[in-house]
Design a protein around this ligand. Structure first.
Ligand SMILES: Cc1cc2nc3c(=O)[nH]c(=O)nc-3n(C[C@H](O)[C@H](O)[C@H](O)COP(=O)(O)OP(=O)(O)OC[C@H]3O[C@@H](n4cnc5c(N)ncnc54)[C@H](O)[C@@H]3O)c2cc1C
Length: 401
């Protein structure tokens, strides 16, 4: 049997749509399906850090985002109570972040995949990944209310999120797993100006963050340890507002604002999955997930798309074996995210930092260059492994002394 497609991508949000777009731009025959329709929302806040903005720019999509009127963010501020570390999160070529609603961002990505020549089917649910001789060979699925459909491809890509159907069907090995550590709820507020700042407040076993988004609204997300998830669920608004009240400088600003939406919330597990196997690959949350406290998911999804497409291109064009190319994809992904994974999982416990880390943060405060590096680390612009490297720490401590 011949394959109608080179690649079928399951899921077309932050990971799937760019993957489909980049493959189609290389001339591959791509089918991309999602059970959702676009524009549509998903349970996720949406900090798009500067390196993800750079990816949008490289793909020719930044102008589309700018035209939606989403305000740029040039400063990240971390309020620890006694002091605040505020710095620039980006680089010279990628200086700002954005916090675009997923209704807007995901639609731009889906449209770009379609414009690149990928066949997009919305409202299409994948029900089965057929396997022949141990190899994924396509999908079986259906449109809403439609009859079952079979499609074949050389490679099936799971870009279908944390509850990935593709990963569940093909059972790749998982490693370095950690249970949910944090529970968080968010809502959108009007009348809460942010002046181009993403603000985070760190308090005892609590944290919250605010960022400006579309339509003059500000997204405010509040978190507590996962151990309190069940108890605090009984009174989400009460716990949300109690947490905000822990930051005296922010509470009056929220009191003057108006909540425009319901609260949405989530708690997520942390894991790596081997992102490939016979006839398939995984990108985005389907292959790797870390708590959302550092807002890395969209950046990771964009990076996965680029790495996975580069590897698949080598394999599909016969320049490298599939296994060798995809092993490189896995290696590069893991090297890039490993120290952020540990840093994120540590933060997500909301435990106070160990004394030497508290001392370091105090030393960062007031040191312009170190504050920028701190903001860059939290944005994923530089790796935590670089920020916490002995020579970097020594430099910050000696400047403070
Ligand atoms: C509360 C919360 C806050 C977050 N905040 C941030 C943040 O500020 N910044 C950030 O970068 N990241 C954030 N994240 C993480 C971010 O949401 C994810 O990392 C990102 O959405 C991953 O994109 P994805 O394309 O891999 O998966 P998803 O966005 O989950 O998309 C998967 C798609 O697959 C489709 N799908 C699934 N199964 C099937 C099927 N069987 N058939 C057809 N289609 C299917 C779904 O309909 C969906 O559209 C947050 C997450 C949460 C939960």
């Amino acid at each position: 049997m011949t394959d109608a497609f080179d690649v079928i991508v399951v899921g077309t949000r932050c990971a799937g749509a760019p993957t489909a777009m980049l493959l189609a731009r290389k001339g591959y025959r791509v089918l991309a399906v999602d059970r959702a329709t676009f524009p549509s929302d998903t349970v996720s806040t949406h900090m798009v850090h500067p390196l993800a903005v750079r990816a949008l720019s490289n793909w020719g999509l930044l102008k589309s985002l700018e035209e939606t009127g989403c305000p740029p963010i040039d400063t990240y501020a971390f309020d620890f109570g006694p002091f605040t570390i505020a710095g620039a999160p980006g680089t010279e070529e990628a200086p700002v972040a954005y916090c675009p609603r997923r209704t807007v961002l995901d639609k731009i990505l889906v449209d770009a995949a379609r414009a690149a020549g990928a066949e997009l089917r919305e409202s299409f649910t994948v029900d089965e990944v057929p396997i022949e001789n141990g190899r994924a060979v396509g999908i079986k699925g259906h449109s809403r209310g439609g009859a079952p459909v079979n499609e074949r491809a050389k490679v099936v890509i799971g870009a279908d999120g944390r509850q990935s159907f593709v990963a569940e069907a093909l059972t790749p090995e998982s490693y370095d797993e950690k249970p949910p550590l944090l529970a968080a709820y968010y809502a959108y507020w009007s009348g809460l100006p942010m002046d181009g700042r993403f603000e985070t407040y760190i308090r005892e076993r609590r944290g919250f963050a605010a960022a400006p988004t579309h339509d003059g609204m500000t997204m405010v997300i509040v978190g507590w340890p996962y151990a309190e998830f069940a108890a605090n669920k009984e009174d989400i608004e009460g716990n949300y507002l109690k947490t905000i009240a822990m930051a005296e400088s922010f509470a009056p600003r929220l009191a003057d604002a108006k909540r425009m939406t319901r609260y949405a919330g989530a708690a997520v597990p942390n894991y790596f999955r081997k992102p490939y196997g016979s006839g398939f690959a995984l990108v985005g949350d389907a292959g790797y997930n870390r708590d959302f406290i550092t807002g890395q998911g969209i950046l990771d999804a964009f990076r996965d798309s680029e790495l996975c497409v580069a590897a698949l291109d080598l394999a599909l064009s016969g320049r490298r074996s599939f296994d060798a190319a995809m092993a490189d994809y896995q290696r590069q992904r893991d090297v890039q995210v490993k120290s952020m994974y540990e840093f994120t999982c540590g933060l997500a416990t909301l435990e106070p930092p160990p004394p030497e880390m508290s001392e370091l943060f105090q030393a960062v405060h007031g040191n312009r260059e170190a504050m920028d590096r701190f903001a860059q680390m939290n944005a994923g612009t530089i790796r935590p492994a670089e920020f916490f490297a002995p020579e970097s720490v020594a430099e910050i401590m000696s400047a403070a002394a």
